[in-house]
Design a binder for this molecule. Structure first.
Ligand SMILES: [Zn+2]
Length: 291
């Protein structure tokens, strides 16, 4: 597996940084959900962000969910990541087709439209932490930059990209999140802004053969980049028949009886990985007894 995330620090701990290469996991998501090119780009960007934001959490069982609800034809996206680099997600309308944007790019902003970005962090407290901001363009990286500034008061630079092959498979995917920590000096802020202004496209850098380490070195080298950790990341869903059974049992005895009365086997779909689980009438009868 070649996808991974780099966790790093720079500027005497005034800057923290994450960079990721995620081609394989985005391609896997594309195959699982049979996404159109623009949906692959949107979902791939959000999965890449999710993988990095997931490993920012400290607890072993912490879970992060990013939800985008928009007025555009993709209708929305949901991504869930853990702190170990596992990420999964889906687009509500994976088949959305749109003409390219004016710049000739996949029109992710047009597919997402106007709406809301929510970040839900379940870090083992009674209530999950929920931060919510409006979308500022729907291109996802900018929306997350805005989220970090407005909701978490952390000045951040977020870059996310997905580059497609001519046959609509994923050629490159990746991104970075660079954040200023409290107390960052004006000198650091100014030179970092200048440096970030020179970056045009994360996927172009990856396509030229740059690794996440090299990209961070390029941006943060002059501030004394220190690479802390390399974390493998993957598209992974932990669903299985037993979990789906539990969910079915929890919908209630009466509902299961109704399904039995229909006399047909049913299929339950996992939204996150698009796997289908079949339950025969015999299965349902067994569940009915359990419920
Ligand atoms: Zn699943």
């Amino acid at each position: 597996m070649s996808d991974y995330i780099i966790r790093a620090t720079a500027g005497d701990h005034q800057i923290r940084a994450f960079a990721a290469t995620t081609r394989e996991l985005v391609e896997q998501a594309r195959q699982a959900h049979n996404t159109s090119p623009v949906a692959t780009a949107a979902l791939g960007r959000l999965l890449t962000a999710g993988s990095m934001m997931g490993v920012m959490m400290k607890g072993e069982d912490d879970l992060l969910t990013i939800k985008i609800q928009g007025s555009g034809p993709i209708e929305g996206l949901t991504v869930t990541a853990d702190s170990k680099g596992d990420v999964k997600g889906y687009a509500y309308n994976p088949g959305v087709m749109l003409p390219p944007s004016q710049a000739g790019k996949l029109d992710v902003g047009g597919a997402v439209g106007e709406g809301v970005l929510s970040v839900i962090k379940d870090i083992g407290l009674k209530e999950p932490y929920i931060g919510q901001t409006i979308l500022v363009g729907g291109e996802i990286a900018e929306d997350l930059t805005y989220y970090y500034a407005a909701s978490e008061q952390t000045p951040s630079s977020v870059a996310l990209g997905v580059l497609m092959n001519k046959d609509n498979t994923v050629k490159q995917a990746g991104g970075f999140i660079i954040q200023l920590l409290p107390g960052a000096s004006d000198a650091i802020i100014d030179s970092l802004e200048k440096k970030l202004g020179e970056i045009t496209s994360i996927t172009e850098l990856l396509d030229q053969g740059n690794t996440p380490e090299m990209i961070l070195e390029h941006i943060l080298g002059e501030f004394g980049l220190e690479i802390m950790e390399q974390i493998p990341t993957r598209f992974y869903c932990s669903c299985d028949k037993a979990r789906v059974e539990k969910a079915l049992v929890s919908i209630g005895r009466k509902e299961i009886q109704e399904m039995i009365d229909e006399g047909k086997s049913i299929e339950v779909n996992c939204h996150f990985c698009n796997k289908n689980y079949e339950f025969t009438v015999e299965d349902l009868k067994r569940l009915h007894e359990k419920s």
